[in-house]
Design a binder for this molecule. Sequence first.
Ligand code: SF4
Length: 349
Amino acid sequence: MVLKIFCKLHLHQNNPASARILFIIFVVKLIFYLYLGLTKTDENDRLSHHLILIAIMDIIIAQNSGFCYGVRRALRLVENLRTKFSGPIYTLGELIHNPQIINYLEQKGVHSISSPEDVDKGIVVIRSHGAAPEVLAKLDRPSITIKDATCPHVKKIQNLVKELSLSNEEVLICGNARHPETQGLLGYCHSKGLVIENIDEARHLPPAKKRAVLAQSTQDLEIFQQVVAALLEKTNHLQVYNTICNSTLTRQKSTTTLAKKVDVLIIIGGRNSSNTNKLFLQAKKILPRTYFVEYPQEITSSMIKNARRVGLSGGASTPPEALMEAVAVIKKIDQAQQSNQQKVTPCQS
Ligand code: SF4
């Protein structure tokens, strides 16, 4: 039908009025076919209109997704170091929670170590999550040069917990107890820090006169709000600091907004990425057809089957290239599905 209309439009190019009428007919027909495709329940009818639906599959990338400012900054610092120094470069823990980036850095001779004792000389980079003062003290040796890539926002939280621990009985960090940022923050709390992962843990705390609570930079806003509400019931004077960073908030908002608009949502990122996992869990609550893949190649045809709008998003540690690669993978699957459909003879009755 599309081809027929365009041939006619071409023939009528010297007559703008009739070309306009033909175009309107084309749009009306298209809407009519779409309506049929959406409303027919008979399997044969659905099959005969499926090509139209497939042909207009949209792939939408969340407005805010992929590398955040802090991660980009840390990666740039390491890449600059690599161009200037030929000696060994280490990162204390994985620089970015993403397997593609870790492979890329390994190839450039940048290796990740898990503790200060694993290295005796060279450059050691502190990643964007930061590190506790006692860890930094262990690296303070003449044979080692420390390069600090702690995100400026995380630095602010470190300074805040240090200050709050001087005037409060307890400083509560709402976050993941095993996450390196949280472990680093505890080191600035003068032994007054405590990690609260969820509302249940907050409910089990004893009453207190004075407490402060803040959040890991990548915390889910809803979880933080729930924890604060539970703490208000058992603390006379509660100081609350929402320290979730703007990059995290915008990624969470963009992803949940997108989840409401698409048929399928695919979240791409490292399985060990805290913020990417949170995006997945938040979106899954809204859209059951939400999938989490570490590599774009993990996207399968069954994931996007019958979808007209496919959304893509990734956390602060997802490279933008991974999102673009995912677009290419989805397009390829879509094309294959279309050609398979064309092999099926549509019902003529
Ligand atoms: S998520 Fe926020 S706090 Fe964490 S590195 Fe990125 S910008 Fe910094």
